[in-house]
Design a binder for this molecule. Structure first.
Ligand SMILES: [Mg+2]
Length: 232
């Protein structure tokens, strides 16, 4: 049975590791800023003067902001109420903004040492549980040749956001692992509140105070280590 050690905290009986994507595996800061700017400029064209309040609502500087952790639907709903326009209008603006940007995967590189971390954990089952849509998750892992590391991915689900435990059950079911045998690694409380067995990471910009519920904190991917020592 394997254990994971992170800065003095030991997680026993680990059979799988579930990763968040944006802010954990992938550096999405630059992409989120570009996307927020494009969306806000298009909104400003139909609601003059709305740009600054739309950018403030997206909260790109906040790793736990709407843009970083909200699903696309969360963002559409929030902006639709903010500018008092139909959701269908906001949805179509968001699609126009997507077309003006390069593919997300191209703009969101893996953080340094992520490949080394995945290599070191490759004797466990690995999964990705993200608020991003599944095609973007697949595009990211294919773009950076990471597909072979992951046995399951779960993207945004209608009507459910992290830390809803049903999402953890869903990915555990796909991996064929009981939820108590997994650990979750992520950069916001949406991840660290999924399970008591979670590691909060600060390399995406979150502070320790923003990682409430994390059993351990990692400041660098090399803080997370697999232990093969068999305990009697
Ligand atoms: Mg994240």
């Amino acid at each position: 049975m394997k254990a994971i050690i992170c800065n003095g905290i030991r997680f026993e009986k680990v059979e799988a590791v579930i990763f968040d994507k944006d802010g954990t595996l992938a550096n999405s800061h630059q992409y989120l800023w570009h996307l927020a700017e494009k969306r806000a400029a298009l909104i400003d064209a139909i609601v003059p003067g709305a740009k600054s309040k739309v950018l403030a609502a997206f909260g790109c500087d906040d790793p736990a902001g709407l843009m970083a952790v909200g699903t696309r639907e969360d963002n559409i709903n929030a902006i639709s109420s903010l500018i008092n326009q139909e959701k269908s209008i906001v949805r179509s603006i968001f699609s126009d903004a997507d077309r003006l940007l390069d593919r997300k995967a191209k703009l969101t590189l893996p953080y340094p040492q992520i490949v080394e971390l995945l290599n070191s954990l490759s004797s466990l089952k690995l999964g990705i549980l993200s608020s991003d849509i599944e095609p973007n998750i697949r595009d990211f892992i294919e773009e950076y040749h990471l597909s072979d590391y992951f046995q399951a991915i779960v993207g945004a689900q209608s009507g459910m956001s992290k830390p809803n435990p049903k999402l953890l059950f869903l990915i555990c079911e796909k991996l064929g692992i009981e939820p108590e045998k997994v650990i979750v690694i992520g950069d916001t409380i949406a991840d660290t509140r999924l399970t008591p067995r979670s590691i909060g990471v600060t390399w995406g910009g979150s502070t320790i105070a923003q990682l409430d519920g994390a059993a351990a904190i990692a400041h660098h991917p090399s803080d997370i280590r697999l232990s093969h020592i068999r305990r009697m």
